[in-house]
Design a protein around this ligand. Structure first.
Ligand SMILES: NC(=O)c1ccc[n+]([C@@H]2O[C@H](COP(=O)([O-])OP(=O)(O)OC[C@H]3O[C@@H](n4cnc5c(N)ncnc54)[C@H](O)[C@@H]3O)[C@@H](O)[C@H]2O)c1
Length: 308
């Protein structure tokens, strides 16, 4: 029997599956209690985390017996992969299990931001009827969606977007234009500069690594089509937040949706106050009831296989 320490929320039935065979500590608040987390880490053969637990430095040093890190999600920027490799610790992400939730988030926010008419509830209930002011919203059918990063989430987002009549272009640093994925998905391969200049909606689906940090900085945001919409459900560090705020306030960009931030949780009174046509969500693009179930059971299954 192995000791499994789960530091963030996981579907309870998947936890029960692990508990049936192993000694499990499931405490979704453990991530917020560093001394207890480090103490519990010492006895763990397996640690299961989401994106908030930083598996590096002090925590990694405390994981003296650990053989496996289960990641309830796909981004691995909260895990020191090189140090895990040196220590012989296997890192298991839930590849693909939350892709549909993220893809639906992108389509939903793209529609909402392009149309710009769905935040009128307070005005309508107050009897203001702002019909004229809201009458020039944009449809997304026929518009160009630019995907930066064309892995599992990018490709699924393309499928949904094509289903509602969008023209989809994509740029991926590792996939060149001759790759069959472009013909298979009906998506046009574009350079990052072409995509930036021509897309009506740009959605980011890259990992946070050195080459993607501040990929959308002031210069790239300035090169976006006037009125375009930017959606970031990848990682906070990919977009320069101050530059985005300036572009929204100046009217150069038509809107933005951000699910991820340089600092999470975002401190109160941050840079985004007063930005027009902005949707902010607390890192939930990939988290829905269904995806939590898929992610949790996938990781439970993979952990059980590793311990068999
Ligand atoms: N907000 C959320 O809840 C949530 C949920 C899931 C994933 N994510 C984020 O979305 C990212 C993408 O997830 P995925 O499952 O599609 O990953 P993936 O590995 O399948 O695809 C990522 C793609 O990005 C490409 N890429 C890497 N560096 C690039 C660069 N410099 N320029 C262009 N492309 C580059 C890779 O070649 C790869 O094809 C994850 O790394 C994670 O950070 C967020």
């Amino acid at each position: 029997m192995s000791r499994i320490v789960i530091t963030e929320f996981m579907d309870e039935r998947a936890v029960a599956q692990l508990r049936a065979k192993h000694d499990v500590l499931y405490d979704p608040k453990l991530v917020d209690d560093a001394p207890r987390l480090h103490a519990e880490a010492a006895g763990a053969d397996v640690i299961v985390v989401r994106n908030r637990t930083q598996v590096r430095g002090e925590l990694l040093a405390a994981l003296v017996k650990c053989r496996v890190v289960g990641r309830l999600g796909v981004g691995l920027d909260n895990i020191d992969l090189a140090a895990c490799e040196v220590r012989g610790i296997k890192v298991i992400p839930a590849t693909g299990a939350n892709a549909l939730s993220v893809a639906e988030y992108v389509i939903a926010t793209a529609m909402l931001l392009m149309r710009g008419a769905y935040q009128s509830t307070a005005d309508v209930t107050a009897g203001k009827w702002p019909r004229n002011a809201l009458s020039s919203g944009r449809e997304i059918g026929g518009k160009t969606l630019g995907l930066v990063g064309f892995g599992s989430i990018g490709q699924l987002t393309a499928k949904l977007a094509r289903g509602i009549g969008m023209h989809v272009i994509a740029h991926d640093a590792m996939i060149d234009s001759s790759n069959a994925v472009f013909t298979q998905t009906g998506v046009a391969c574009a350079s990052l500069d072409e995509l930036t200049a021509s897309a009506d909606v740009i959605s980011l689906h890259v990992p946070l690594v050195a080459s993607t940090r501040k990929l959308f900085d002031a210069t790239r945001i300035a090169a976006m089509k006037p009125g375009a919409v930017l959606i970031n459900s990848a990682r906070g560090g990919v977009v320069d937040e101050a530059a985005l705020v300036a572009a929204l306030k100046s009217g150069h960009l038509g809107g933005a949706a951000l699910d991820v931030f340089e600092a999470e949780p975002m401190p109160a009174g941050g840079v985004f106050a007063g930005c027009p046509n902005l949707v902010l969500t607390p890192h939930i693009a990939g988290v829905s009831g269904e995806s939590n179930e898929r992610v949790s059971f996938m990781i439970a299954q993979r952990v059980l296989e590793e311990l068999a």
